[in-house]
Write a protein that binds this ligand. Structure first.
Ligand code: SAM
Length: 304
């Protein structure tokens, strides 16, 4: 078997012509044990009440009562801190306490009045309820906006009717972020956007994309008052989504995973489009359909 020739990095088509600047050298200075920015309360007991409270945030009821949710991983926690999401508790594994980015997150969390705990891997496994947990976990306050706050909407908003799958919701939020759309409107009875699976699937976009919760009646009244065009997507749509001259400001409405867009929601729309289907599949996955739509609607405004 002939081996492929070794890859020539200088001919890598995916690279920008100019190479990126080299990453700044990371500090190798060891923190002193008494460093006030990194000294944390050390917890090794699984019975610690804070550990129990954090663990309880896996339950929807506890999240609803406390108004808090968990974000796992240094990237998500850093994204949230950079967007100034109110933080209550930050937990990190003892073995990462000297990492510069962890120290910075700890210092920021502490400066904002959060409780900081340094814990054993065993405690982190318990909080995250899984083996191989992330080394940094934090509890933040939930932030859901109301339509009434959105008086002059601009850009593309995605309205989701009764979305049920947290992974789909997280993926939609991430896609909205990726195309530079404005936000997500959750209509009716939906999966909890602050469930761990949804938060994970956003990959941090949760902290950059406004989420709004509304009933269909509130949405219909808001749409009338603001005069914003609403386009629905439906398998029975007769208009090809590529034939529309998409306005800069509009709402894209997507249906529920099982039942699609209901008649009541179709009523609120100014037009219904379909993504052509050539094979034997009945429909696209909700998050995939949203991505296809968003990339078409925002096509003229996206450049590499
Ligand atoms: N059984 C459902 C139905 O009959 O509508 C399928 C719902 S589909 C899994 C979830 C949502 O994705 C739909 O409500 C619609 O918003 C969107 N969708 C999926 N495939 C689509 C397509 N080919 N054209 C337009 N929208 C589509």
């Amino acid at each position: 078997m002939t081996r492929p020739p070794p890859r020539d990095a200088s001919r890598d088509l995916y690279r920008r012509p100019k190479s990126r600047p080299a990453a700044p050298p990371q500090s190798t200075a060891k923190p002193t044990p008494a460093d006030p920015d990194t000294a944390a309360k050390v917890v090794t007991s699984l019975a610690n009440p804070v550990v129990k409270e954090l663990r309880a945030l896996h339950l929807k009821k506890e999240r609803a009562e406390s108004g808090l949710f968990l974000a796992e991983g240094l990237k998500l926690v850093t994204d949230a801190l950079e967007e100034s999401w109110p933080i209550r508790t930050l937990v990190h594994a003892s073995r990462v306490k000297d990492q510069p980015l962890v120290k910075r997150a700890v210092a920021t969390a502490r400066a904002r009045g959060a409780l900081v705990l340094e814990v054993s891997d065993e405690v982190l496994t318990k909080i995250c309820r899984r083996d191989n947990p992330q080394m940094v976990v934090a509890a933040f306050e939930q932030r859901l906006r109301r339509l009434a706050d959105l008086t002059t909407p601009t850009g593309v908003w995605v309205a989701l009717e009764g979305i049920k799958d947290p992974g789909n919701l997280g993926t939609v939020v991430r896609t909205v972020d990726s195309v530079g759309a404005s936000g997500v409107i959750l209509l009716g009875d939906v999966t909890d956007p602050f469930a761990l699976e949804a938060v994970r699937a956003t990959m941090g976009s949760l902290f950059h994309v406004p989420l709004i919760a509304a009933t269909l009646d509130e949405f219909a009244a808001w749409k009338r008052a603001r005069g914003i065009p609403v386009w629905g997507t439906h398998l029975r749509g007769a208009v090809d989504y590529r034939s529309v001259d998409w306005p800069e400001t509009c709402v894209l409405m997507m249906g529920n995973e099982q039942s699609g867009l209901s008649d009541a929601h179709v009523e609120v729309c100014d037009g219904i489009v379909k993504i052509p289907m050539a094979g034997k599949a009945d429909s696209l996955n909700l998050a995939v359909a949203t991505a296809v739509m968003l990339y078409e609607i925002r096509r003229a405004r996206l450049t590499v």
